[in-house]
Design a protein around this ligand. Structure first.
Ligand SMILES: Nc1ncnc2c1ncn2[C@@H]1O[C@H](COP(=O)(O)OP(=O)(O)OP(=O)(O)O)[C@@H](O)[C@H]1O
Length: 338
């Protein structure tokens, strides 16, 4: 399982070391569980376990894993909200837990399921408050705001109270808020959750542009593998607090032999389509489902089917992250840290 074998320590490291560096980082929570009327038992939850990886400046990395794997705990340690129980962690050379305020000037955070905006205020008032809170120089604030308003198409929304925005509009508003102070690194936690296809595409395109123009380092937590495919060149998989894969997304699909499904609507009922290595896994009237290796592009398969069959419509279904990870486990034993 390639780079994870050395704890991901070398992957993506820049000449002068990584921009984000974790060396055997741990986070243990003490939890109390009630065992009787007056009795409770103390238990430890190892949310992050000897986690080591390096992210170079300007990298866009997906950070995925099943529920409870330790993703949020990692991001909270990277922002200084939580202090590690052990190990060494640095972001831009700063120890987040010790210098949280100084680090805040250099990082941006977006939580898909929570907003950092003031609910009852028009969007622009939240930005004005952040301008003061972060003490952003006026010219820089204006420049960043203008750019975000243009690229995220916020012009008509600036005077709308946040509670009246749709989920997609609010998410674009939150992304702009995280970028007003020009952070060098952006942590995004489920930035496309609940968004429609067009809004998702807009957010992904914006992140790619941001990275190309400013070299912003991006760490993206998501359950949507298309976010990773379209934004990140590298993906890290965490499970039970440990890094179990670090490399390209295609490699993750290969490790588990995962498949995508092409759903094809034909003009009429026809015999199962023959287009190896894709294979028909289901037929319902004029609709057919073809499974094909997820590491391969769908384009040649689509072109071939379109050329040989009376095609009306088609769509591609991605494998879900839990299934990919489960298959990866089935195919190879997870890395056990030394
Ligand atoms: N404050 C806390 N106190 C006790 N246990 C915690 C605390 N925060 C997280 N945990 C536990 O640590 C483990 C990792 O949780 P974490 O929220 O980091 O997972 P996650 O990968 O972000 O999951 P999800 O995808 O569901 O958000 C879980 O077992 C969780 O119950």
């Amino acid at each position: 399982m390639n780079a994870a074998a050395d704890g991901g320590r070398t992957a993506g490291a820049g000449a002068g070391g990584g921009f984000i560096e974790l060396d055997r980082v741990e986070k243990v929570f003490a939890v109390r569980r009630r065992t009787g009327l007056l009795r409770s038992e103390r238990r430890e939850v190892r949310a992050v376990d000897a986690l080591s990886f390096t992210v170079a400046r300007g990298e866009m990395v997906g950070y995925i894993g099943p529920n409870g794997a330790g993703k949020s705990t990692t991001v909270k340690m990277l922002t200084g909200i939580l202090t590690p129980s052990g190990g060494r962690l640095r972001v831009a050379g700063i120890d987040p837990a010790r210098e949280r305020t100084r680090l805040a000037q250099r990082i941006g955070v977006v939580f898909g399921q929570r907003t950092t905006l003031w609910w009852d205020l028009p969007l622009i008032d939240s930005y004005r408050l952040m301008h003061r809170m972060y003490r952003i120089p006026r010219a820089r604030y204006r420049e960043n705001l203008d750019r975000c308003v243009e690229l995220l198409e916020l012009g008509d929304l600036l005077d709308v109270p946040v509670r009246q925005l749709s989920l997609g509009q609010r998410m674009r508003g939150d992304i702009a808020a995280a970028l007003l102070h020009d952070p060098e690194v952006l942590y995004l936690d489920e930035p496309t959750i609940g968004l429609d296809v067009v809004s998702k595409a807009r957010v992904r395109e914006f992140l790619r542009d941001l990275n190309a123009e400013r070299g912003t380092t991006v760490l993206l937590t998501t359950h949507d593998l298309q976010d990773i495919e379209q934004v990140c060149s590298r993906v890290m998989v965490i499970d039970h607090g440990r890094l179990v894969y670090d490399g390209p997304l295609a490699g993750l699909h290969e490790a588990g032999g995962s498949e995508r499904v092409l759903v094809v609507d034909l003009e009429r009922e026809l015999p199962p389509i023959e287009a190896p290595p894709a294979r028909v896994v289901r037929v319902e009237g004029p609709r057919q489902w073809l499974a094909f290796p997820a590491a391969q592009s769908a384009a040649p398969l689509v072109a071939r089917i379109a050329a040989e069959h009376p095609l009306v419509d088609l769509s591609v279904r991605e494998p879900d992250i839990e299934a990919v990870i489960a298959r990866m486990y089935a195919a190879t034993a997870p890395v056990t840290p030394p």
